[in-house]
Design a protein around this ligand. Structure first.
Ligand SMILES: Cc1cc2nc3c(=O)[nH]c(=O)nc-3n(C[C@H](O)[C@H](O)[C@H](O)COP(=O)(O)OP(=O)(O)OC[C@H]3O[C@@H](n4cnc5c(N)ncnc54)[C@H](O)[C@@H]3O)c2cc1C
Ligand SMILES: NC(=O)c1ccc[n+]([C@@H]2O[C@H](COP(=O)([O-])OP(=O)(O)OC[C@H]3O[C@@H](n4cnc5c(N)ncnc54)[C@H](O)[C@@H]3O)[C@@H](O)[C@H]2O)c1
Length: 477
């Protein structure tokens, strides 16, 4: 058997590891394709970040007439052309995916194995059809997949995950969305904006409970105004109904039965790492109880607590935050470490931001208020929640609900967390993510730069200025 210099499982973030350094070396890249479509290039491109946000934008535009009428401008009733939106999204996405596959196929230094593979050791794997690969260095970037409940009806064509829902033929008149996290809330925003009647159920009370309590409560209240939200319910079964619909049979936390007739059901109750699909435990790799492969700060895989030389894992299969920008950072670090085994660089997992592109949009980085209290004590934190509506641009927007909250250590001015809900909140938090990343104190960030007046970013400035933090000596005015 020929020994490859590098082997990679997963063509999502793993694909970016094949830098020019490997041009004169032999690389094996294995990917079975996205389950629903066989697509090359992983989750973000094909069924994740990119297509979802390409649906978020038209959905947001469909809400504009309502907002405009509050500001005295009457626009026509929105009409969403679902097939046109869908075809535009996937014309772009599918072409990028196909182009990526073709590029890899024609490279002489890369053997593309388009099959499911299973580890046969700590530096080798075998494909389902029997292709064996042995490599000097191996990277596992095999991602995660949607969790499905083990209940009747999951194979009905009306039952979807995020992998299939964006390719359906027609906009559903009525859709049931199961879950209260990132995916459920983003799709609830998309479908309600485009005109579907959305019923969202969650097992617990409230939506986006992983966020800061104040944001989760504010978002839940907004979602309840914008579509139907029902808490403390789980899906018990889905059964066929007349007219192409299905009946979703729910169970409430106090044991009552409830039914909804809908055109589609979207399951969004979490994702699990694919460590089982590649046989990680069987190959002797350490696997966390939630299915993540254990790695050290250099992303080297651990076996019985010790790093395995030349074996790395990155992205959703190894990291707690399942986010593309985290997987990308880890891929850059792993790319360096593969090329410089004598000069390993660690990953940086501080101040990781994320945004939930729902309606309204949410964004966060760092500690929630509850976590900050645990970390430094309630007496040592200061918080400020700035309403968009109390800034000049917020007046221009006639904003009703936008908030941005900053949490800092009142002794030092160190920023501990930022949490926001509202228009472009994913952009508004970025200066604070930058300050947290570079260790700048809240006062210096607020006063050490000009903020354009009267831009929406004054929300961020005012939140920082509202904190009770020390003014460093000689601080800018
Ligand atoms: C609907 C949705 C929306 C999202 N939106 C965002 C967002 O807005 N922002 C954000 O930061 N993140 C978002 N994410 C998360 C983001 O997509 C993931 O964190 C990221 O794509 C993970 O990349 P990865 O390289 O770890 O895995 P992937 O890109 O999933 O790549 C893994 C690859 O490994 C292959 N594979 C798995 N097992 C095997 C095997 N045994 N043999 C061969 N091949 C195998 C798979 O086919 C897949 O192609 C979203 C996710 C979803 C589902
Ligand atoms: N914008 C983004 O960055 C983005 C977008 C989509 C997905 N993602 C990533 O993908 C991951 C997976 O997303 P997700 O939304 O599937 O998971 P999640 O962990 O965000 O949310 C899962 C939700 O399902 C609920 N739930 C769990 N079991 C249930 C059941 N049996 N019945 C009803 N509800 C149940 C949970 O209470 C929770 O609200 C996210 O954690 C995130 O890291 C990121």
């Amino acid at each position: 058997m020929h020994t490859h210099d590098l082997a990679i499982i997963g063509s999502g973030s793993g694909n970016s590891l094949i830098t020019p350094y490997w041009d004169d070396k032999k690389v094996a890249l294995a990917d079975k394709g996205i389950d629903a479509t066989g697509a090359f290039g992983g989750t973000c491109l094909n069924v994740g970040c990119i297509p979802t946000k390409m649906f978020v934008r038209p959905s947001a535009l469909a809400r504009v007439p309502e907002e405009a009428s509050r500001l005295g401008v009457q626009l026509g009733a929105p009409q969403a052309d679902w097939p046109a939106i869908r075809d535009r999204v996937f014309a772009r996405v599918d072409a990028v995916s196909a182009g990526g596959r073709e590029y890899r196929e024609q490279l002489e230094n890369v053997d593309l194995i388009q099959e499911k593979v299973t580890l046969t050791g700590k530096s080798s794997f075998r494909s389902d059809s029997g292709t064996e690969v042995q490599a000097r260095q191996l990277v596992i970037a095999a991602g995660s997949r949607p969790v499905l409940p083990e209940i009747p009806g999951m194979d009905l064509p009306q039952v979807h995950t995020s992998e299939t829902i964006m390719r359906i033929d027609e906009l559903p008149s009525r859709i049931l969305i199961v879950g209260g996290g990132y995916i459920a809330c983003e799709f609830a925003g998309v479908f309600s904006g485009l005109g579907s009647e959305v019923v969202q159920i969650n097992r617990s009370s409230g939506l986006m409970n992983q966020l800061d309590d104040e944001i989760a409560a504010a978002y839940s209240a907004e979602a309840e105004k914008n579509w139907t939200v029902r808490y403390q319910r789980t899906l018990g079964a889905v059964v066929p109904h007349e007219g192409g619909q299905v009946t979703a049979q729910l169970v409430t936390s106090d044991g009552r039965a409830e039914e909804y007739q809908v055109d589609a059901v979207l399951l969004a109750i979490g994702r699990r790492p694919n460590s089982d699909l590649i046989g990680a435990s069987e190959a002797g790799l350490d696997v966390h109880p939630d299915g993540r492969i254990a790695v050290d700060q250099y992303q080297r895989v651990l076996s019985e607590g010790a790093p395995v030389a030349g074996l790395y894992a990155l992205g959703d299969i190894a990291s707690e935050p399942m986010l593309k920008h985290v997987a990308n950072h880890e891929a850059r670090v792993v790319a360096h470490n593969l090329e410089h085994p004598g000069d390993l660089r660690p990953v940086r997992h501080e101040a990781i931001p994320s945004a939930i592109f729902s309606y309204p949009e949410m964004a966060q980085a760092g500690l929630t208020e509850a976590q900050a209290v645990d970390a430094v004590g309630a007496e040592n934190i200061t918080t400020k929640t700035q309403r968009y509506g109390d800034t000049a641009y917020g007046w221009a927007m006639e904003d009703q609900y936008g908030i941005l909250k900053v949490i800092a250590d009142r002794r030092t001015g160190q920023i501990l967390g930022v949490h926001a809900m509202g228009y472009h909140s994913s952009n508004l938090i970025q200066p604070i993510v930058q300050a947290m990343s570079f260790g700048q104190d809240a006062y210096t960030v607020a006063r050490g730069q000009y903020w354009i007046h009267p831009a929406l970013m004054e929300v961020t400035e005012n939140a920082l200025l509202g904190l009770d933090v020390p003014v460093p000596s000689g601080a800018p005015l």
